[in-house]
Design a protein around this ligand. Structure first.
Ligand SMILES: [Zn+2]
Length: 331
């Protein structure tokens, strides 16, 4: 090889210009995937796909497109690119294992994983708990069918929760589905919501998601709690949902009174407070708010003309002062 060819080759290697399809494909691996530069990998795979297409190698073009979509997703972490990746990977039976060219694997498990991640993403994109419940259930159904296989894409995307085995992630998604089912039903039936949260807690433990399990346990404590309302006497379930602690003047006498009457002693189990149901509590709060607004309006009506008079007096004084100053300067 002459010196000129050598310079040309090294320029090709540095810039990637003038590469044929296969060279471009190799470059995507060498300068992209193997260096963990997934964005660069995606760009090179895209260019390689175009070149393979022009060379009439449609199989390789599809494989390059699949790799481009996959590494674009991994590189950007932008889950809105999942449908594109599903389509690209679904169009070929096999491709390289993620992160290495050494082994070829079937694309089907990757497509399954992508579909499940898509449902997880849809769940995360909505604020409606009932909708979240449905989307997480769909993700669960895919993961549980996948069994004990690894989840290379979730791992690369640094997904929250377990990413080691599809089974564990299935438990995790099922737990989230139960959790949001609880959130969706708590205002209709705290008892039913409690059952959902109990299911979620158990599955979070199974999945090894201890932070979520602890969070759910705290919610269960509140949802389970039952207290009578000091005002209307009804028993309510759900602390800070259907009853709250309100500041009140409570003495020993009240305790003995509740004992004598055989009533719920927990109504005054927190010093300086009583439990009041949210219906009674909100009546008082709303009425107090109404009175406060009314009083404020009255105050405004009373003070506005008084302030106006003061302003008038100040303006007169100001004018006189300026007259005096002008008179002083002219002398
Ligand atoms: Zn009440």
């Amino acid at each position: 090889m002459g010196i000129f060819d050598k310079i040309k080759d090294s320029a090709k290697d540095m810039t990637g210009l003038g590469l044929n399809a296969q060279e471009q494909y190799d470059r995507a691996w060498a300068k992209g995937v193997l260096l963990n530069d997934f964005k660069s990998a995606a760009q090179n795979f895209t260019t390689a796909a175009e070149k393979f297409s022009k060379e009439g190698k449609s199989d390789m073009a599809r494989r390059a497109m699949a790799n481009a979509a996959l590494y674009k997703l991994i590189g950007t972490g932008d889950r809105s690119g999942i449908p594109e990746a599903v389509k690209a990977l679904g169009s070929i039976p096999e491709m390289e294992q993620i992160g290495t060219r050494q082994e070829t694997i079937k694309t089907d498990p990757l497509v399954q994983e992508l579909m499940a991640i898509m449902y997880e993403h849809q769940a995360d994109s909505t604020s409606d708990p009932a909708d979240r419940r449905t989307q997480y259930k769909k993700a669960y159904e895919i993961f549980i069918k996948m069994g004990r296989v690894q989840l290379p894409i979730s791992e690369k995307l640094h997904a929250e929760g377990p990413v080691d085995k599809a089974t564990n992630r299935a438990f995790y998604c099922d737990a989230l589905s139960d959790y949001y089912a609880g959130r969706a039903t708590v205002l209709v039936s705290p008892q039913e919501a409690n059952n959902c949260f109990e299911g979620a807690r158990q599955k979070f433990r199974q999945a090894g998601a201890t932070d979520w399990a602890t969070k759910t346990e705290d919610i269960i404590k509140d949802v389970k709690a039952k207290r009578h309302c000091w005002i209307c006497g009804r028993e309510m379930q759900g602390k800070d949902i259907f009853f709250r602690y309100y500041p009140a003047e409570i003495h020993e006498y009240h305790k003995s009174l509740l004992e004598t009457l055989k009533q719920d002693a927990h109504m005054i189990d927190t010093p300086g407070s009583v439990t009041v149901c949210t219906a009674c509590g909100s009546t008082i709060e709303n009425q107090a708010d109404l009175y406060a607004t009314k009083r404020m309006e009255e105050l405004k009506e009373w003070v506005t003309p008084i302030l106006a008079k003061h302003w008038e007096a100040i303006e007169i004084l100001d004018r006189r002062l300026r007259d005096v100053e002008r008179a002083k300067h002219s002398h």
